[in-house]
Design a protein around this ligand. Sequence first.
Ligand SMILES: [Zn+2]
Length: 414
Amino acid sequence: MYSNIPTDEIEHILRLLCKQQDLDSTLTGEILAITKTVITQNYYGFNGRTYLQPKGLAMGAPSSSILSEVYLQHMENTKALSILTKPSIDGYFRYVDDILLIYNKYLIDINEVLALFNSLSPTLKFSLELEADNRLNYLDLTLIKNATGFSYEIYRKPTATDTIIPRDSCHPYEHKMAAVRYFVNRINTYDLSTSSKQAEIDTIKHILRNNSYEVSLLEKMIRKEVMRKPSQQQMPEHPKQKWARFTYVGSETRIVTKLFHHTQVKVAYTTNNNLEKLLRNNTTNEANKYTRSGIYQLNCPTCSKKYIGQTGRSFQVRFREHKHDYKYMCYKSKFAQHLLEEGHSFDTMENITEIIQYARKGRMMDAHEKFHIYDITRKGVQINDRLMILRNPIFDAVLRNRQHTEDRCYLRHL
Ligand SMILES: [Zn+2]
C-alpha cells in the first residue's frame, strides 16, 4: 500500500491539519519541510546498488505508517464521509488497509461502495470479499454471523505454516516462548466460545509438536497467564536498573549472563542467526579477506607460540609492518621480537596469519582482542606483553565453560 499513496497530496493534507490544529506558521513550515525531506529521499539499497523509489511512500520507513494513516484518515473524513455515514452502513472498521464493513444489503449496493473507494485515489485499489455461509475472515479472526450476533474463531491464512523457532534452534528460551505466549494471550484476549478456544488450543499443540516442543508447556503457560494479575504485567523499573544486550550463541551464553543475576543489570538477548543475516549477500570471499580489518593471530612457524593483534587498517598492511620489523631487526613488533630473540623463522602471510574476526576499530574490537590475548595467555603460548593481563572473571567463566564451542569463537558474537 505504501508505494501507492500519492505523496503529492500529503503536503496539502498536512497543511490543512496544521491549520485545523492552529499551529503557527513556523511550526507548520518545519513539519512540511521535514515531511518533504522524508518523502523525497526515498533511497534504498539492493544487491550493492542504490535505488530511488519514484513514487509513493518508502516501504519499511517508520514514517510511512503515520503518513499513510494521515492520508487515509483524511479520505475517510472527506471524500468517503458521505457514504460511510449512511444509515445503511452499520459498522466501518479499518486496520491499515484492511476494511471491514457491516451493511444492510437491502439498502445499499456494496459494489457502489467499492467503486467509491476505488475512486478515492488513482493508485489505491481495493478489492471486495463478501461473507460466505455467514462467515467472513478479517485480520486474524473469522467472524461468524448467528441469530444473536457474532461469534469468533481464530483465522489462519491457508498459506500459514506451523513454523515457529524450533526447539533445537540456537536461540534463547525467551525468544522461543514469545510465539507461544502470543498464541496464549490471543486466546485469553479474544471473545472466543469454548469450542473455538479448544480448537485453537489443539492447533497450538499441533504447532508445538511440529517444532519438537512438549505440549504440556502450553497448559503450564495458560495456567501462568490466567494466574497473572494485571498489576504484575508491568513491573515498574528500578531507577538504577540498566539493560545490557548479549548475543546468544548457545546455552553457554547463560554462564556469562548469570554473573549479572544479583546486579541492577537486566539482560536481553539478541541473535545473529536470523534470516536477514543468512540471506544477505555475503560479499566477503577468500581472495580479499586480507583487505579487511579486525583481529588476527600470528603463529610462530617454529614453536607453537601465538601473537594476537588488532588493526583498523587492512590485515595485509599490518602484516607488512610485522615483516618489515623482522627484516630490519626492529623490535617494535612483539612478534618480530620473538622471532629475532629466539632465532625462529618468518613465513608468508597465508601460512602464519589466522583471521580471528572481522571488526572495525572501537571498544568492541578492543574487548575481543583482550579476550583472545587472555585465552592464549592462559594456555601459556602468548607472545604479547604478559604484564598487561589482569584476571577477568567474565573471560574465566567463558573459558571454563567452553564446551563444544570451537576455540575463540565465543566472544566473537558478544
Ligand atoms: Zn617461536
